[in-house]
Design a protein. Structure first.
Length: 443
């Protein structure tokens, strides 16, 4: 009988294939991708870093990009000494990040195995493999993905009753990468420590955890302030500024709003697909999941009060809900000889999920025209000293510094220009007729 751990390796293979077929990134991933490039290629020459010219709306931490560049550097060094195109380094960086998220997922499923058995571990990877969104984003350098890496470990330690590790990791996640994870951390501690509030010894334990959390917070804030103040050339706590902008000032609504129920009625069903009904069944049939699920539901419900909503904001809910789906499928699987109909229905849901994931994946191949355009100009017969202008639409749809393949071209992302006569190549979303007098249309 084929070992069920094959699902774990097929999941990792699917993450790598997604990088191979969709190597480019969009605007939300741009900061960390450009910063990783700059750490790898400009090292200590901060004057050449992208963020100084294009800082973004709010400052972000460099700790994720710094960590990723350090771990990726041996691969990038090898690619450089073999004269590989620089875009290969983007593949390498994303594959390393995908591997890191896969490792955090395996750590979580093995923690689940200690409670619910080995089948749940393997079925969880099978079900995640048949989802589209989370595996697709495993390799994408969003702040939320760096946060998810730590949250997966924090959740696994929580399942193993290693609460101090959970507190340390959740505190670091909120202080460094995504402040909204405090909305998850709070309910986690509430459901875990509420039973201890009935005795003095319980309160002593709670106070010790609070002190541990404050120490973790101090270390995390000190680390991000020390590194990021150097990178931004001013004293700052990046995630503190992000929290103030998004939550206190509530300016995130500029990018659109959704109704309160959107996470429950649209985002989670689209992310989980056929795993959702299996998760509901798993939660219903196993009370040991209730503590963890109650924290997740509270997190999503509280977060729903913020009007601007995106699936990536609640990524942290998906892994354990997938484990709940694996618990439900395992129960059906064990009873398949007694009751075939639920088993066939579950297999149908998994097959449907895989089909829908493929339907989601195919359009994603064409979602990054900026990256494709930047790549194609290097295959044209252009003068070696060509000057290339990259407009905003191109920059936010896949064009990155990794894609600037020529050492003799000059590239510019200058905004609000009216005169393009100094450039030889324009990558733009504008109509060709606007440049008909001075440029020829290539594609």
């Amino acid at each position: 009988r084929m070992s069920l751990d094959v699902f774990e390796f097929v999941l990792f293979t699917s993450v790598l294939l997604m990088v191979y077929f969709v190597p480019y990134t969009k605007v939300e991933e741009s900061f960390n991708l450009q910063a990783t490039h700059d750490f790898l290629y400009h090292t200590t020459d901060l004057s050449k870093y992208d963020h100084l010219e294009f800082p973004g709306v709010v400052p972000r931490t460099f700790l994720g990009a710094l960590s990723l560049s350090v771990v990726s550097s041996p691969l990038v060094w090898f690619l450089n000494v073999t004269d590989s195109p620089r875009i290969f380094s983007q593949y390498a960086v994303r594959m390393v990040l995908g591997f890191a998220l896969w490792v955090s997922w395996i750590h979580l499923t093995r923690a689940a195995q200690s409670v619910w058995g080995p089948n749940v571990r393997y079925f969880a990877s099978l079900l995640l493999l048949c989802q589209f969104h989370l595996p697709f984003y495993f390799s994408r350098p969003l702040p939320n993905v760096f946060a998810l890496f730590l949250v997966n470990f924090a959740f696994s330690f929580w399942i193993q009753n290693r609460l101090r590790w959970t507190i340390s990791l959740m505190t670091a996640t909120a202080a460094i990468f995504r402040s909204e994870t405090i909305i998850l951390f709070g309910p986690m501690m509430l459901v875990e420590l509420a039973p201890s509030m009935t005795s003095w010894s319980g309160w002593k334990k709670i106070f010790s955890y609070i002190l541990h959390g404050l120490l973790s917070l101090a270390v995390s804030v000190a680390l991000t302030v020390a590194i990021d103040s150097v990178m931004w050339d001013r004293w700052l706590w990046p995630e503190g500024e992000v929290f103030w902008f998004n939550t206190i000032q509530n300016k995130s609504h500029i990018w659109g709003t959704s109704p309160f129920h959107w996470y429950f009625t649209s985002a989670l069903p689209k992310a989980l697909l056929g795993s959702l009904p299996l998760a509901i069944y798993g939660i219903y049939s196993d009370r040991r999941t209730w503590k963890y699920v109650s924290a997740i539901v509270l997190f999503v419900a509280i977060y729903s009060f913020l009007p601007h909503k995106e699936l990536r904001f609640i990524f942290y809910a998906i892994p354990f809900l997938t484990i709940c789906a694996a618990i439900g499928f395992d129960r059906v699987f064990r009873n398949r000889k007694k009751s075939r109909r639920p088993y066939f229905l579950a297999c149908y849901l998994i097959t449907l999920s895989l089909f829908l994931s493929i339907c989601f994946f195919v359009p994603s191949l064409h979602n990054y025209p900026g990256g494709e355009a930047l790549n194609r100009i290097h295959h044209l017969s252009l003068p070696s000293d060509s000057k290339v202008h990259i407009d905003v639409a191109t920059a936010v749809s896949g064009a990155s510094r990794f894609g600037q393949l020529s050492s003799t071209f000059s590239y510019s992302k200058a905004e609000d220009l009216q005169d393009f006569s100094d450039f030889d190549v324009l990558l733009t979303e504008k109509q060709p007729s606007e440049f008909a007098d001075s440029f020829d249309l290539v594609e």
